[in-house]
Design a protein around this ligand. Structure first.
Ligand code: NDP
Ligand code: MG
Ligand code: MG
Length: 340
């Protein structure tokens, strides 16, 4: 059975007298830094000069270049994009990472696939909230928390677990549950979930359904509603009460259709392909390809992204969402990317 810790199981004293440097002030970084500070932890922020730097200063933090933050801190949370971490680690963190300091990750990729190899006298652990940064922040402010995974990779002085749990507690995760895992399990299941189900699986399912209806002569706007827009209603029900609550809530006709047709879409072949995808993740083949793609400045990533933006569903969706301002979140980054 899975090992779970709550606030009462955790002694936050492990962080007493220690300085935490949150490196990066994006989605995760801003939430960690603010939650820790409001929990009474001594926090500084490490960044390069730019947008995030200004934002962190406005929030009242002492902001430093990454190397200087590493020198000043006992515990470093790497809240940087995963692809940039190895370079920043090599040039700015490693030179100042002395024995006994702690290197903390919110995702296991760089440790599990050896893109970062810290010295053996440094603590290495993970605190990975199971939600985006703005939810981590918002739930903390409301007195609740987002559950987090924690894992220990290096523990030279026998203190890594206490530090990991205390860190997780102080960002609010102990209010919801802190779950033990390993770097390997977190990394491989995270990659598999996003590739097979959450992102890769869902986008292709939506597009295939949309294309099938449009090719059969139905209006693209109607196809968009049926295959994309309504996805949220179904996913919200699954989120609230699992598959059984979703099925209870939909009509019996929809449920009968689910039973009759779902297995014709996700076949034994699909599942076999999922096993192949998992093998490529476990063997490191996927990671190697992504690392090389980044080293080459992402030629394939950019080409596919452009092709996807040219799909009919993009334009139809943009037009329909204009009619529904209530569904729009903060999409500044998305718009500029589409204009590129
Ligand atoms: P973001 O992309 O939101 O934030 C990146 C931050 O890093 C920005 O503040 C950016 O500052 C800064 N940064 C980028 N490059 C540099 C650099 N060269 N030197 C200094 N600072 C730099 O990252 P996320 O919060 O999404 O991801 C952080 C980690 O959290 C990753 O390991 C990710 O896997 C993990 N994670 C993310 C989740 C999420 O919901 N997003 C969920 C769980 C884990 P600037 O403004 O200067 O660009
Ligand atoms: Mg992921
Ligand atoms: Mg319907």
């Amino acid at each position: 059975m899975v090992e779970v810790y709550y606030n009462n199981d955790v002694n936050e004293g492990a962080l007493q007298g220690k300085t935490v440097a949150v490196i990066g002030f994006g989605s995760q970084g801003h939430a960690h830094a603010l939650n820790l500070k409001e929990s009474g932890v001594d926090v500084i922020v490490g960044l390069r000069r730019g947008k995030s730097w200004e934002k962190a200063e406005q929030e009242g933090f002492n902001v430093h270049e990454v190397k200087e933050a590493t020198e000043k801190a006992d515990i470093l949370m790497l809240a940087l994009p995963d692809e940039t971490q190895p370079g920043i680690y090599e040039n700015q963190i490693k030179p100042a990472l002395t024995a006994g300091k702690s290197l903390v990750f919110a995702h296991g990729f760089n440790i599990h696939f050896s893109q970062i190899q810290p010295p053996s006298d440094v603590n290495v652990f993970m605190v990975a909230p199971k939600g985006p940064g703005h939810i981590v922040r918002r739930t903390y402010e409301s007195g609740a928390g987002v559950p987090a995974l924690y894992a220990i990779e290096q523990d030279p002085h026998g203190e890594a677990k206490d530090l990991a749990l205390a860190y997780a507690k102080q960002i609010g995760a102990g209010r919801a549950g802190i779950i033990a895992t390993t770097f390997r399990e977190e990394t491989e299941t995270d990659l598999f979930g996003e590739q097979a189900v959450l992102c890769g699986g869902t986008t292709e399912l939506v597009k295939a359904g949309f294309e099938t209806l449009v090719e059969a002569g139905y209006q693209p706007e109607v196809a968009y509603f049926e295959c994309l827009h309504e996805m949220k209603l179904i996913v919200d029900l699954m989120y609230e009460g699992g598959l059984e609550y979703m099925r209870y809530s939909i009509s019996d006709t929809a449920q009968w259709g689910d039973f009759q047709s779902g297995k014709r879409i996700i076949t034994e072949d699909t599942k076999q392909e999922m096993r192949e995808i998992l093998k490529d993740i476990q063997s490191g083949k996927f990671a190697k390809g992504w690392i090389l793609e980044n080293q080459a400045n992402r030629p394939e990533f950019n080409a596919i992204n452009q092709r996807e933006l040219e799909h009919e569903i993009t334009a139809v969706g943009q037009k329909l969402r204009e009619m529904m301002p209530f569904v729009k979140g903060d999409q500044k980054g998305v718009v500029s990317r589409a204009e590129n």
